[in-house]
Design a protein around this ligand. Structure first.
Ligand code: ITT
Length: 209
């Protein structure tokens, strides 16, 4: 079968393609449907934005559609960037600029950070943080949503580490694994990540229906 995921984020597409590939399914994304109108992500929560993306795209395509809204909540920044994670550095935001902005903001509010076991030489932990992922699947025929959420706790490092993943992964230290998120393979990340957990929970929910 085929799963339609309402995302234009190539990092998310890679992770979903990997996860559904293991189930013998393939993923199509908004890269395969150019020309669909952009969904305005003005919800107050990840869940609200995920529902909005899933529903608008599902109604446009007249197909069941899954959407992912996710982001980073940093304790020392009062939970920011949160639902604004994708556009944290403003107009023309890129992963690199968002990461720079995050370190700039943390410089203002933290005292240089703390050393910790397992970190690269000289690197410091600046603040506790977590990744959150809300998934919503919308079936336009029944009008029903299936939803789930997942999160992973960690810390923000004062320097990037690792070449994998996307977004804020290079600055995210996964305490429970003793390594950076960008140091993990897709497989490893899936097993512990906010998205991996949300997806496992969504699949359980669908299986139980
Ligand atoms: P779509 O809405 O088209 O799916 P987007 O990139 O705009 O793509 P979001 O609005 O959900 O997606 O924003 C999520 C941002 O949070 C994303 O741009 C990343 O910077 C960050 N993020 C989410 N999941 C992440 C992950 O697994 N690793 C690193 N950063 C992540």
């Amino acid at each position: 079968g085929t799963v339609v995921v309402a995302t234009k984020n190539a990092g998310k597409v890679r992770e979903f393609a990997h996860a559904f590939g293991k189930l013998g399914m393939n993923v199509v994304s908004m890269f395969d449907y150019p020309g669909l109108p952009d969904v305005v992500e003005d919800g107050a929560t990840f869940a609200e934005n995920a529902r909005k993306k899933a529903r608008e795209v599902a109604e446009a395509l007249n197909l069941p559609v899954m959407a992912d809204d996710s982001g980073l909540e940093v304790r020392a920044l009062g939970g920011e960037p949160g639902v604004y994670s994708a556009r944290y550095s403003g107009e023309g935001a890129t992963d690199a600029r968002n990461n720079e902005k995050l370190l700039r903001e943390l410089e203002r509010v933290t005292d240089g950070g703390a050393a910790a076991e397992g970190l690269p030489d000289g690197a410091k932990l600046l603040s506790e943080a977590r990744f959150v992922c809300a998934l919503a699947l919308y079936d336009p025929e029944s009008g029903a949503f299936t939803e789930s959420e997942g999160e992973v706790p960690g810390w923000i490092m004062d320097e990037p580490k690792g070449g994998g993943g996307f977004g804020y992964d290079p600055l995210f230290w996964v305490t429970a694994e003793g390594k950076g998120m960008a140091e993990m393979s897709i497989e490893e990340k899936q097993a512990i990540s906010h998205r991996g957990r949300a997806l496992a929970s969504l699949l359980r929910r669908l299986g139980a229906e």
